[in-house]
Each structure stands twice: as structure tokens, then as C-alpha cells.
Design a protein around this ligand. Structure first.
Ligand code: SMO
Length: 698
């Protein structure tokens, strides 16, 4: 295969996206669809005593009002059991009895128009009594290798850190949405769903309703972003499909931004505590860590993934022979949580990189030097970590060295020291990171037609991240056919082979490898003289996770008067394995960085003590605007992964993993002359100003 990462091919999906031709969930061709307004619980931790929908039922345009009992017979969503789950929470389509979180749907109004549905919903009366609901550990896992207590007792230095990640609202441009076309002749549905996992939508719906998958077709052709938020079926979406079958009508539910803030899953919110034992030369001896992840009233399919990743990715790419790590999932009375770009990777990384920085300070070592000393050498690859992860490939120290060179680090240090001496608050932060991409299988079907065109159908899908272009490029390279002669079909269960979808940084590594393998098989058939058209269909399974990695360096200053933090420079080095298209890789790094920057500096979902959401709109939830995001200086290197055919590694989550830790380290370095040793994200002006004031009191 001849690669050309820098070829000036354009993203073929952009034309539709930029000219309003995209088919998002709300654009589906439906016939007078019924609309749904949900009545949501206004309180958390409450026992419902009364629900009265009589007035609402008489409201114009209403075709039905439903409560918990109407849908209580439906099946549950499946949960990916990456860590043991002691207690499986309910999956209420409409919550009744005990209501855990504010915002949970407790009734649904189905009406001819959205305005009529909303008018009627306002007339539903509900009452209840508060019921105490202490948090419970409902999931957990431990990893233990060696005698941590003995290693800590023998250490020259022990450093400790605690990192609390703000709870984040994923905020894709397109909110959740589902449009259902009901086919009366066959009692079947065609569903336009804004999802990362169209085949999962189909199989889960079939399970939940107890019907054959043949009666459900799912289309997710264009998806306006997802970031982990759309890898599961929401109760509202299940209800909408149920309503279509019940009323034998086209039905639609398109979430408002407010719906998403209050009831789509949130990411992060994890608190991690850790301690690192270090010898007198700065070599890491042992790591202890405890991770606590908040879980909501029901578990999205991937709800346990952040807790798992936040534990198992420790101790990152460092050689730490002894570990004692635990992770747990704790039920709360807040809304659902789950994967959000990074999904536990940023949490593992921030804790480790804080500990490493603290160790450097304790020893008076340079942050690059202590990392270089402890990172696993290239010769140690593949390496099984104490938590059982298999790091596949890479030269971590080389990556770090290239970052150091690219930033002229010594000059930056000199500049910081000069400015610091003049009274400025300015700091440098370094962070290494790992980004495991997904494992498992994906499918592809490649057809060579008589007219010379090639049809690529993939079970992998797109969430707006240019899969059509990437898969066309892979097929073009594999077959020597111009990309203009390659058609790519994704995201329709009627035409694509059964697959997984767009998540866990797996699209290129696994989906792309499936495309490559199918291309190779189709070419082999043609070369054996098979008559066109020939079709090859593969189910490709990788040999294990491909671990991308890299490092970030950040220079940050803090205004003494306002506490405002300014990122003056940020440079990254990412080893993403084999690069298929440089522009796509850069785009992923930049987008991930914008979200990592958001977490580090601005974003936070806030609830009050009663579980009420205080940040229910973009007036209160500070998502970065284009002008807020600093310039990112991107550097890449390529160490092909032996774990998949392409040698590709994940890059979609890189920026969310590496950037927050480096920003946090830089901010703490900036305030270190005042005696500040810890800060928590987001590093808002208020937080930084408060840290300065607290330091003055010392
Ligand atoms: S957080 Mo991702 O879309 O697996």
C-alpha cells in the first residue's frame, strides 16, 4: 500500500455539511410526525406520590399521555461490564415510584405538534416526598502487584495528589434526536438516529421491545458530533420508538439544548487520589491510587468505562513495578454519566502527571528529566503494565525529546525565570500521556464493479469525523484506484455490514484495517481472474489495543489583579502510529485540544445541594468559543502499531488527555512562588485568584 498522508484530498463530506444538505436526525423525511414533550422530575431523590394528567389529556392535539406503568414491561439497555457491577440500576423509560435525579422523564405527552405537546406537558401535575438516598458503591475493581506498603516504607520520597475533574457536558452541535418512520404494511420502523453506534441502536431496540431486528432499520448518515454522548440509547429515544409502534404513526423527538444539559450523559466528575513512592535518584518505586466515579440513575452502555480507564491506564507509560490501585463507581442523585472524549484516560493521566511533577519538585529535578528517567524504554515494548494493559509500541523518551526540542525548552525556562524574578506569575507545565484506542472487531464489504468503480461499505460509522474521506483514501491506496471512483457507504443498517461504530478512537485503527483487508481480498479475487463484480466482506479483529502517546508543553501566566490565566504557548507531540491523512490527524488533535482546554480552564456542570442543575444553558456553562482557544503548535511522529493491519493508533482523544495535565502543571508552576502546590480544574479566574489570596494568608 502506498501511503500519502499529505495528499491534498478534500473531506468529501464537507460539501453536504457546509451547504445545508446534511441529513441529521431532524431532517428525516417523515409524514406529519407525532411530537413528544417529556414531563421531567423537578427534584432529585423523591418518592412520587401523585401524577395527574387529566387536564393535559384534554389539551388540543394530544394523542396520548403516558407514565411509568405504560412502559414498565420494556426490556433494559445492556451494560458493558468492563469492571464488576455489584448492583444493576434500573433503566426507567419513564421513571415512577422513586425518582433518583432531577430531569428524569416521569411522563410523556404525544401530540400532533411540539407546541401542543409542550402546552399539555405543562398541565401535568406531579407531587412527591423527599427520600434520603446516600451514595452507594455499585461497581469496582482493584489491581495489586507487589508489596506497596513495603515499597512506600522504603522510599526516599513520597508525594501525594488529589485531582477532581469537573463534570462536563459533551455539547455536540447536534443535540440528541430520533425520527421514526412507521411502515404500516410490515409493522416495521426506519429510524434516523443521531448516534455513534447505529447497529447497537438496532440490536438494543430489538432486545428492549422483544422484536426481530428485521423490523428495525437504523440510519445515522450524518451525525453532528457525539463525543461519547451518543453511544447509548436514551430513555427518551426508546420511548419515541415505542410511541411510533403504539400509534402506528411517524414520530419524532428532537432534544433541545436544555434537554441535553439536563438529561444527556455528562462526562468526567471523577475524583482520583494517589501517592507515588520515589527513590533518592528519582526512580519510581510504587504507586497507590483510588478512583471514584459518579454514576447516575441509570447506566448508559459505556457507563463503567471511565472508572475502568481511570484505574487501568495507571501508571501510564512509566515503569512502576509495584501498584495498589482501586476504582469504584458510586451511585448519585445526579443525572447519567458515561464516556466523553477521553473517557477515563484524562483522569488517569492527570493524576499520574501531577504525581510526577510533585516528585520532580521534591527532588529538585527538571520535569523532562524525571519523566525521561522513568518512561518505559522502546526496547521494553511490548510491555504489560501492572494493571494488565499491553502497551504495544513506541519510543516514549524520543517523543518527549522531540517536544523538548520543538519548544526550545531551555529558552522558555530562562524566559520564565526572568519574568518571575520581575514579579510576574508565569509557569511551564509538561505532561506525557497515553491514548489506548479500542479493541475488538469491525466489518467492511468492498465491491469491484464492472465499470471500475469501487463500493466500500463499512460497519463503522461517522460522527462527523470524515470517515467517508478516510476510508476512500485507504481503499484508493490499497487498490490503486482514484478516490473519485470510490463510493463509501456508512451508517445504515440496511446497507452496511453489522459493525460497532464510531467510538473509543477505533475508527481508523480497526474500521480502517477492516477496509484495507476487504480491499486486499477483493483485489486477490480479481487477480485470480474472478469475473466482475467481485465482493469481499471481512470481519476484522485486531490483536489488541494500539496505544497512541505523546506529550504537551504549556506556558501559562496568571494576572495578579484578576486571576485570569492566559495560555501563552502550547505545543504537542503526538505519536499516532501510521498516519493516513495528516489534515484529519491535525483536526482531531486540535478538536481534542479545544475540549481539553475547555475542561482545564472553563467548563463545569454545577448542581446545587438538592441535585438541581445550575448550568442548564450556554449562558451558565462556559464552553470555549473559537477566540478562547489558544494556538496549538502540533508535531507528530509515527511508530506503526503491530496490533492492526494499518499500524494506526487512536488520535481522537489525544488532546483531551494530554492538554489538561500540562495546563494544570503550568498553572501550579505559575503560582508556585506563592507556595501554591495544588489546584483543581477548571482554572477559572476566580479559582486562581482565590488560590493567590489563600496563599497570602499562609
Ligand atoms: S468517549 Mo468516545 O466517543 O468512546
Amino acid at each position: 500500500m502506498t501511503r500519502d498522508p499529505a495528499s491534498p484530498q478534500r473531506r468529501r463530506e464537507d460539501r453536504a455539511h457546509l451547504t445545508g444538505q446534511g441529513v441529521y436526525a431532524a431532517d428525516a423525511p417523515l409524514d406529519r410526525p407525532l411530537q413528544i414533550a417529556f414531563v421531567r422530575s423537578q427534584e432529585a431523590g423523591i418518592r412520587l406520590t401523585e401524577i395527574d394528567a387529566k387536564n393535559a389529556a384534554a389539551s388540543p392535539g394530544v394523542r396520548g399521555i403516558y407514565t411509568a406503568n405504560d412502559v414498565a414491561h420494556l426490556g433494559k439497555l445492556s451494560i458493558n461490564p468492563v469492571i464488576p457491577l455489584y448492583e444493576v440500576p434500573d433503566y426507567p423509560i419513564l421513571a415512577g415510584g422513586f425518582i433518583s435525579a432531577a430531569g428524569q422523564p416521569i411522563a410523556a405527552v404525544v401530540a400532533e405538534s411540539m407546541a401542543e405537546a409542550m402546552d399539555a406537558a405543562e398541565q401535568v401535575f406531579a407531587d412527591g416526598t423527599p427520600e434520603a438516598t446516600p451514595p452507594r458503591n455499585i461497581a469496582g475493581q482493584e489491581w495489586q502487584v507487589g508489596d506497596a506498603d513495603a515499597a512506600f516504607a522504603a522510599a526516599a520520597h513520597v508525594v501525594e495528589a488529589e485531582v477532581t475533574h469537573p463534570r462536563l457536558a459533551p455539547s455536540p452541535m447536534e443535540p440528541r434526536g430520533i425520527s421514526i418512520r412507521y411502515e404500516a404494511a410490515t409493522d416495521a420502523v426506519t429510524i434516523w438516529h443521531s448516534t455513534q453506534t447505529p447497529h447497537r441502536t438496532r440490536s438494543e431496540l430489538a432486545n428492549i421491545f422483544g422484536i426481530a431486528t428485521e423490523r428495525i432499520r437504523v440510519i445515522a448518515q450524518h451525525v453532528g458530533g457525539a463525543f461519547g454522548m451518543k453511544a447509548s440509547l436514551y430513555p427518551e429515544e426508546v420511548f419515541a420508538v415505542w410511541a411510533a409502534f403504539r400509534h402506528r404513526r411517524d414520530t419524532q423527538w428532537i432534544a433541545t439544548r436544555s434537554d441535553d444539559f439536563v438529561s444527556a450523559l455528562h462526562g468526567r466528575g471523577i475524583t482520583s487520589r494517589g501517592a507515588l513512592a520515589v527513590d533518592a535518584e528519582g526512580r519510581f518505586l510504587a504507586l497507590k491510587a483510588d478512583v471514584s466515579a459518579p454514576l447516575g440513575p441509570w447506566l448508559p452502555n459505556s457507563a463503567l468505562v471511565p472508572a475502568w480507564n481511570a484505574g487501568r491506564i495507571l501508571p501510564s507509560g512509566y515503569d512502576v513495578p509495584v501498584v495498589k490501585i482501586s476504582t469504584r463507581g458510586v451511585s448519585t442523585v445526579l443525572g447519567p454519566t458515561g464516556i466523553y472524549r477521553g473517557a477515563g484516560r484524562p483522569e488517569a493521566n492527570c493524576l499520574m502527571e501531577r504525581l510526577v511533577d510533585k516528585a520532580a519538585r521534591a527532588l529538585g529535578m527538571d520535569p523532562f528529566d524525571i519523566r525521561k528517567k522513568n518512561l518505559l524504554p522502546a526496547a521494553a515494548m511490548p510491555h504489560r503494565t501492572p494493571t494488565g494493559a499491553m502497551l504495544d509500541s513506541g519510543d516514549y523518551a524520543e517523543g518527549l525529546a522531540r517536544l523538548k526540542e520543538a519548544t526550545a525548552y531551555q529558552d522558555l525556562c530562562a524566559s520564565r525565570d526572568l519574568r518571575r524574578a520581575a514579579g510576574e506569575l508565569v509557569g511551564l507545565g509538561v505532561a506525557f500521556y497515553l491514548e489506548p484506542s479500542g479493541e475488538g472487531w469491525e466489518t467492511a464489504r468492498v465491491t469491484l464493479r464492472e465499470d471500475g468503480r469501487v463500493l466500500v461499505a463499512s460497519g463503522s460509522s461517522s460522527q462527523g469525523h470524515a470517515r467517508e474521506m478516510a476510508y476512500a483514501k485507504i481503499a484508493s491506496m490499497a487498490m490503486g484506484v482514484a478516490p473519485q471512483r470510490i463510493d463509501v457507504e456508512l451508517g445504515d443498517t440496511a446497507t452496511a455490514p453489522t459493525g460497532i461504530g464510531a467510538l473509543a478512537s477505533r475508527s481508523t485503527a480497526i474500521g480502517g484495517s477492516a477496509v484495507l483487508q476487504a480491499c486486499q481480498q477483493a483485489m486477490a479475487l480479481k487477480d485470480k481472474g474472478a469475473k466482475l463484480p467481485v465482493t469481499a466482506e471481512v470481519r476484522y479483529e485486531n490483536d489488541g489495543q494500539a496505544w497512541g502517546y505523546g506529550a504537551y508543553l504549556v506556558m501559562l501566566s496568571v494576572c495578579k489583579d484578576t486571576g485570569a490565566g492566559t495560555i501563552e504557548q502550547v505545543t504537542c507531540l503526538d505519536d499516532t502510529g501510521t498516519i493516513i491523512d495528516a489534515e484529519l490527524v491535525n483536526g482531531q488533535i486540535l478538536g481534542g485540544f479545544a475540549q481539553g482546554f475547555g475542561e482545564a480552564m472553563m467548563e463545569q456542570v454545577v448542581h446545587d445541594a438538592d441535585g438541581q442543575l445550575l448550568t442548564g444553558s450556554f449562558m451558565d456553562y462556559a464552553i470555549p468559543r473559537a477566540a478562547d482557544v489558544p494556538w496549538l503548535d502540533i508535531n507528530t511522529m509515527e511508530t506503526p502499531s503491530p496490533m492492526n493491519l494499518l499500524g494506526a493508533k487512536g488520535v481522537g482523544e489525544a488532546g483531551t488527555i494530554g492538554a489538561p495535565a500540562a495546563i494544570l502543571n503550568a498553572a501550579i508552576d505559575a503560582l508556585s512562588p506563592l507556595g501554591v502546590t495544588d489546584l483543581q480544574m477548571p482554572l477559572t479566574p476566580y479559582r486562581l485568584w482565590q488560590a493567590m489570596k489563600d496563599a497570602e494568608q499562609l
